[in-house]
Design a protein around this ligand. Structure first.
Ligand code: PMP
Length: 349
C-alpha cells in the first residue's frame, strides 16, 4: 500500500483549512480590512509589467530587507525574508531541532509553533495561561529549563488573546530561559512596543515580523531578525529563492511609502476603539484587552453565536476546545463591517 511509505507520526495531522472565503464579512483571519488604494495599485501594476520573469529572484531579498529595516527603524541587525513569517517559524524548527527535542510555548498561542515543531520531529510542551489568560512568567521559565527545551516561541501580542507580555518580562524570559527565544511580533504595529533593539544584547533572541496584518497578506512576506551567529545557522536551512520577485518588488514600493502603512494602522486602531466600546456595552459578553488587530470575546455559547453570524454571512474565529471553548476572536473590520457584526451578534444560550 502506498500508505506504507507515509510517516506514521503525521497520521493524525490535518491540512490547514482556513475555511470558505466567500463570506460577506470576513473577521476571522486578522487581515487588514483596507486594500491598497487605487493609485498605489496602479503603480504596482507598472512594477509588475517591468519585472524580470526569466531570472530567479534575489536569493536573500536584500533590497526588501534593507527597506524593511528602514521602515521598521531597525539598525545593525541581520534580517531574513520569508514566504510569510510562517516560513520563518518553519525554518527555525528545521534549523535547531533534532528528533525528540522539546519546544515550549504558551497555550493558547499561534498553532503553527506546535505544528512545525512536530513536523521537524520535536515535541511541543504547552504551558497553559492562567484564568485571566496571562502568563506566569517565572513558572514558564522554570518549566522551560526543567524540560530542557531548545526553543521557546511566544507571540507578543498573543494570538488569540490579544494580551501582551511586558518588556521587563520578555527580558526575564530571554535571560532566564537557557535556549533560543523567539518573540513573534506579528501584531507589533497595533501595540507599538518591540524587543528588536535587544537583538545584539542577547545571543539567543530571534524576533519575527510579518506584512500580513498591515495590508499585504496577499504577497506572503515575513521577516526574521536576529544576530549574526544565529542567522548564519538559519541560512543553511532557508530554501533558496523563497521570496518571489514580484513580492520583493511590491514590498519595496510599499516600504518606500511607509505613510501608507501608518495610515492603515491608524484606521484599524480607530476601529478597534469603536468596536471595543460598542461590544463592551453588550451585557453578557466578556472582552479581553487587546493590543492587536482583533478582540477576543467570551460569550455564553460560542458555537451558537458563531452559527448565527455565519447565517448572516459573517465569519469570526472560533475554538473547538479548552479554555477558549466559549470564546470568539473577532478581527477588527471596517466601520460598516463592525456595525454589521454588532447588529447581528446574538448571545443564545
Ligand atoms: N505569527 C502569528 C502570531 C500570527 O498570528 C500569524 C498569522 N495568523 C503568523 C505568525 C503568520 O503570519 P504570515 O502571514 O506572515 O505567515
Amino acid at each position: 500500500m502506498i500508505q506504507d511509505y507515509f510517516r506514521k507520526d503525521l497520521s493524525d495531522f490535518e491540512s490547514y483549512n482556513a475555511g470558505k472565503i466567500d463570506y460577506k464579512v470576513r473577521l476571522n483571519a486578522n487581515e487588514s480590512f483596507n486594500n491598497l488604494g487605487a493609485t498605489t495599485r496602479k503603480k504596482l501594476g507598472r512594477v509588475i509589467e517591468d519585472s524580470i520573469y526569466n531570472r530567479y529572484p534575489d536569493v536573500e531579498s536584500r533590497n526588501v530587507c534593507n527597506l524593511y529595516a528602514k521602515y521598521a527603524k531597525i539598525e545593525n541587525v541581520n534580517i531574513m525574508a520569508g514566504n510569510g513569517s510562517d516560513e520563518c517559524i518553519q525554518i527555525i524548527a528545521h534549523t535547531f531541532l533534532n528528533n525528540g527535542d522539546k519546544v515550549a510555548m504558551q497555550s493558547p498561542d499561534f498553532s503553527m509553533y506546535g505544528l512545525y515543531t512536530k513536523v521537524a520531529g520535536g515535541i511541543p510542551i504547552e504551558f497553559p495561561l492562567d484564568e485571566k489568560l496571562e502568563l506566569d512568567v517565572e513558572g514558564f521559565i522554570s518549566m522551560a529549563n526543567k524540560k530542557e527545551v531548545k526553543i521557546v516561541y511566544l507571540s507578543n501580542p498573543n494570538n488569540p488573546t490579544g494580551n501582551i507580555i511586558t518588556r521587563e518580562n520578555i527580558i526575564k524570559i530571554i535571560e532566564g530561559c537557557k535556549c533560543i527565544v523567539v518573540i513573534d511580533e506579528a501584531y507589533f504595529e497595533f501595540y507599538g512596543k518591540t524587543i528588536v533593539d535587544k537583538i545584539n544584547t542577547y545571543d539567543n533572541l530571534i524576533v519575527l515580523r510579518t506584512c500580513s496584518k498591515i495590508g499585504l497578506a496577499a504577497i506572503r512576506l515575513g521577516f526574521l531578525i536576529t544576530n549574526k551567529t544565529l542567522m548564519e545557522e538559519l541560512k543553511k536551512v532557508k530554501p533558496p529563492y523563497n521570496v518571489n520577485s514580484i513580492t520583493q518588488s511590491i514590498a519595496s514600493v510599499i516600504f518606500l511609502e511607509p505613510e501608507l502603512i501608518h495610515k492603515n494602522v491608524e484606521q484599524i486602531l480607530i476601529e478597534r476603539s469603536y468596536l471595543w466600546e460598542k461590544l463592551s456595552k453588550i451585557e453578557g459578553i466578556k472582552l479581553y484587552k487587546s493590543k492587536s488587530n482583533f478582540i477576543l470575546v467570551e460569550v455564553p455559547n460560542a458555537k451558537k453565536t458563531k452559527e448565527r453570524l455565519i447565517d448572516q454571512s459573517i465569519n469570526v474565529r472560533s475554538f473547538s476546545t479548552g479554555k477558549l471553548e466559549n470564546c470568539l476572536r473577532i478581527t477588527i473590520g471596517s466601520r460598516e463591517e463592525n456595525n454589521c457584526l454588532l447588529k447581528n451578534i446574538t448571545l443564545d444560550n
